[in-house]
Every structure is written in structure tokens, then in C-alpha cells.
Design a protein around this ligand. Sequence first.
Ligand code: NCD
Length: 304
Amino acid sequence: MKHVLDITDLSIEEIDSLIATAMDIIKDKEKYQDICKRKKLATLFFEPSTRTRLSFEAAMLELGGSVIGFSSASSSSSSKGESVSDTVKVVGYYADIIAMRHPKEGAPMAATAVSDVPIINAGDGGHHHPTQTLADLLTIHREKGRFNNLTVGFCGDLKFGRTVHSLVNALSRYTGIKLVFISPDELKIPQYIKTDIIEKTGMPYVETRTMESVMPELDILYMTRVQGERFFNEADYIRLRDYYILTPDKLENAKKDLCIMHPLPRVNEIARSIDKDPRACYFKQVENGKYMRMALIMMLLGGA
Ligand code: NCD
């Protein structure tokens, strides 16, 4: 039995195979409509979500399976003081696979110690979010056709943005990747990501405060929301939340085939007028996320 807590729980070959399955699903959805018949997915979301939870649920329904779960800690027995371990143990009697989101870093990992069914980390605090990374990788594959030789800019909240941490980790396994981190000083990429991932693999990176100066180099611009819920101080959040707003003028010197990504939800970081720019890929990420979750559920249930 395999759990997916971190993107490196999947080998490069497994990621390639998930991408191949997702591409096949896109071609022939009907072929997959009964693959998870009589299987149940439980979505245990102790923290808010729109895309990730509904995408997992839609993925399971499109595979012919069914879905149970809760969408907030307050509607589960966690509000009565039940531990995550007990909740997961119990849910293992009802479901064949669990997707779990929790505000505490490491909670899904702790859950694996007691779980009798595969657990997928659907986001743990400011730590990891491997299935968003699968959505991002399929988007990069479809837009760029490669994972090597790309200059990837990450902009915004690089400190708390778990999707950034997971994607940097994923990219560190490919060659010719150059990273450009664009953030205010307070929201820089954490030191442990630099030490444990970037410096270990020798990926070149730069850190800057302005997006205009680096824009012409970028193949991918990954925008992020300032993660207000992880701040200790409301005043800091208010000061930093609109630090970067991507507007059409900022794209004047950008590559014609730049791929603009964002895990969503968007607050103010990308002007609505950019949505019709052919370089905007953030709604494609949403669609791709569902296909990759379908492929992942099948793999973990032994169906692919
Ligand atoms: C992200 C998350 O939850 O980390 N959202 C998502 O799953 N697509 C990004 C965010 O909340 O800013």
C-alpha cells in the first residue's frame, strides 16, 4: 500500500505514467467510467478548499466510484476533540482511499501510521501539496512539452505557499531548470527548501523583489496568493497582500509563449484582464488537476 504525502513519494517514472494515463483519459473518458465501481473515496478536509476537494470528488465520480467525507473540521468529530489518528482509523472502515487536508504540517504523515488505506496529502499547512503539483506538471507538459531546460519564476508568498514548495521539489529532479524567486523579504522561500532541495541538487536560483527585471527570461511565471491564514499578524498581511499584482503592462517584455500559472484561489495577484491572454494557464491547471487525480486514484487502488 502506497501513500502520497510529498511529490517525491512518486518516482519520475510514476509521474510519467500518471501523465500518460491522464492524457489517455482526456482522449477517451468513457474507457475509465467504471474503473473504480464500488470503491469509495473519503475526503477529510480539516481546512477550507474549493478546487482540491471538489476535484478529488469529481475525479472519483468520473471513475464510477463514490465519495464520502467532510469539508471542515467543525463538521467532524475533531470539533469534539477526536484525534486525527482516530478519525483516520475509523474512516478506513468505510472508504478504500483517503484524501486529507489539514492545517498542521505533518498531519497526513501521522495519519499513515494508523491507516489501513492509502492516504493522499491534499495540503498540510505551509508544507506540501503534491496533487496540486501533479496538476502543475500536467499543465507544463501540455503547454511546454518538457520538464527540462525551463526558467521558472515563482512570485508572491514563497514562505507559506505549499504549492511552491512541492513544485520546486518536483522540478529539482529534472535538468536545466533555473529558478527565479520573486517575493518581499518577509515571504522568501524557506531556508530548508534552499538547503535540502535546491542547493543539494545544485539548481541555479536567484532571489529578487521585482518581477519586471526578470520577466523577459521566464518560460513559466507561477503566481501565488499571500496566505493570510498562516500569518501571525493581521497588519503584516494587509501590508503584504497586494505587493504583486500582475497587470498587462508588466507582461510587455515577457516571452510570447510564457505560461502564467496560479494554483488558485486568486485574490488580487492577477488582474482579471489577463484571463483572456492566451498565456494564462491557471484555469487549465484546474482541469488538469482532475485528470491527474483520476490517474492517481487509479494507481493507488491498483487499477492503472
Ligand atoms: C492552494 C492551496 O490550498 O495550497 N490552493 C489549491 O489547492 N489549489 C493555494 C492557495 O490556497 O493559495
